[in-house]
Design a protein around this ligand. Structure first.
Ligand SMILES: C[S@@+](CC[C@H](N)C(=O)[O-])C[C@H]1O[C@@H](n2cnc3c(N)ncnc32)[C@H](O)[C@@H]1O
Length: 239
């Protein structure tokens, strides 16, 4: 059941889907990063997220933002919160370019944290939903963003999230994915990061072993940009 529970000022508001349960993989593998209250406090700092992305946070954030610069922006959906100021920047951009921002996340603690980061009177709505079961109509967004969510999800969940992201995208709309990819053979990160990722982010190496593009349906067009010796990628998917 969907319920509007809180006015944030202006048109921004929370919508809670009460039957969205916290997925098992989040509780099991990512409690330390997203679920525990101290995690939010510790990780949501510029220098920490920049360190985690090996100094590439600003570059990757700006690469995502660069895809949302045309007027009118229309309805934009960010599937899952991200630490840092990406959503605040998207909300400002939406206000400037004639659009709206909706952000989905399954964890109330993350949505509440985001609420304090959004500029006041922002054209934003925060939705508590699971990325695999978006309670949103088909073909209802001009823009959809997945910023570093897919690598955290087991393969079956990842496919469902991708399917949902494409389902809610309007024909002619744009899905932007910023994610890990397999680094080039000459990139030392290809050898140094494997054990670390394998331990801390058990599903991330899937994106090294199977190209994300192969998971997209054939009716989509894809443009890819690589960053940091191929460790990161941006996919711009159109339908
Ligand atoms: C986008 S990823 C992290 C991105 C990156 N590490 C960062 O913070 O910049 C983490 C977010 O995804 C959310 N999340 C994970 N699985 C989800 C799901 N099935 N549905 C909705 N949100 C989910 C988590 O609650 C968390 O807020």
């Amino acid at each position: 059941m969907l319920q509007d529970v809180e006015q944030l000022g202006g048109p921004a508001r929370f919508t809670y889907c009460e039957d969205a349960n916290i997925p098992d993989y989040l509780n099991r593998h990512y409690w330390w990063a997203y679920v525990h209250p101290k995690a939010v406090h510790f990780f949501d700092r510029g220098w920490v997220i920049n360190l985690i992305l090996l100094g590439n946070y600003h570059r990757l954030r700006d690469a995502a933002l660069a895809e949302f610069s045309e007027r009118p922006l229309g309805r934009m959906l960010q599937i899952s919160c991200a630490y840092g100021d990406l959503s605040a920047r998207l909300a400002r951009r939406a206000a400037k370019l004639g659009g709206t921002l909706e952000v989905v996340d399954v964890l109330p603690i993350q949505l509440k944290n985001l609420k304090w980061k959004l500029p006041s009177r922002t054209p934003a709505r925060l939705l508590r939903m699971d990325s695999t079961d978006l309670r949103l109509p088909d073909q209802s967004y001009e823009q959809v963003l997945l910023f570093f969510l897919l690598h955290e999800q087991p393969a079956d969940i990842r496919s469902k999230t991708l399917r949902e992201a494409l389902r809610v995208l309007k024909p002619g709309g744009k899905l932007v994915i910023v994610e890990f990819a397999k680094p080039k053979w000459w990139n030392p990160m290809r050898y140094l990061l494997r054990p670390l990722l394998g331990t801390l982010e058990p599903f991330a190496l899937d994106l090294w072993d199977r190209d994300l593009v192969e998971m997209l349906p054939p009716f989509t067009g894809v443009r890819r940009s690589l960053y940091y010796g191929g460790l990161y990628q941006k996919l711009v998917v159109t339908r």
